[in-house]
Design a protein around this ligand. Sequence first.
Ligand SMILES: [Zn+2]
Length: 255
Amino acid sequence: MKTLTLKNETIYTGDLILVNRDYRYHEKKQIPLSEIPENHGSVLLHHRAARALSLLMNAVSGWQGIVATSGWRPFSEQQRIWSDSLKENGRHFTETYVAVPGHSEHQTGLAVDLALKQPLIDPIRPHFPYEGICQLFREKAPQFGFIERYPDGRESITGIGHEPWHFRYVGIAHARIITKNRLTLEEYIEQIKAYPFGKRGLSYQGNGRHFTVSYQKASASGTTILETEDNVCCSVSGNNSDGFIITEWKQTEKA
Ligand SMILES: [Zn+2]
């Protein structure tokens, strides 16, 4: 058996943290950021998300027609975007399309805004249509760990208007489960709670691997201890509210 010791501060870190109007981002001192390679202009993402985006763009020859317009933002930049938009676009527009400072996924480094390459790009609502190269990107995105985060018709759940341009990195297994089941991240994080760690987890087969996803509420003592099997790979993310999401996988086919 392997023992995992999880401190409560881990609740606020990892690829699956839910940041929205209800759960603010707990700013960390240092996010490991990388510049998105080959992009026109400097856009930073968490290094795992930057690498996944680069692989995805290469798979669809995306750089010919797509540009990343925004990635990681510090709190101060989100604050500036919010107050500029209030002045220029008014409260209704701003509350629909701009996350309240402290509550933006862009502060995590795991979210990216993309635009179809055009001479003029709207910085708040870039054009990223459901056709051509943008649609090809969208269809391949889950295979590389990205989801379209704010779908049409789910505004009451996400708290954000339909944003065809905003993608969030969550990791391959999770992106595939979310997309296949047409879930929002809010619904997925909630549903995982029905799969407590150590019991039968949420199962997913893909990429030559068998994944099991489960949830563990954080211990009130401040430290949560989990035991996993020796022959299973495992990663842990906080959910940004009260516990941990554990992803375990076994290779089922030779790579
Ligand atoms: Zn965005």
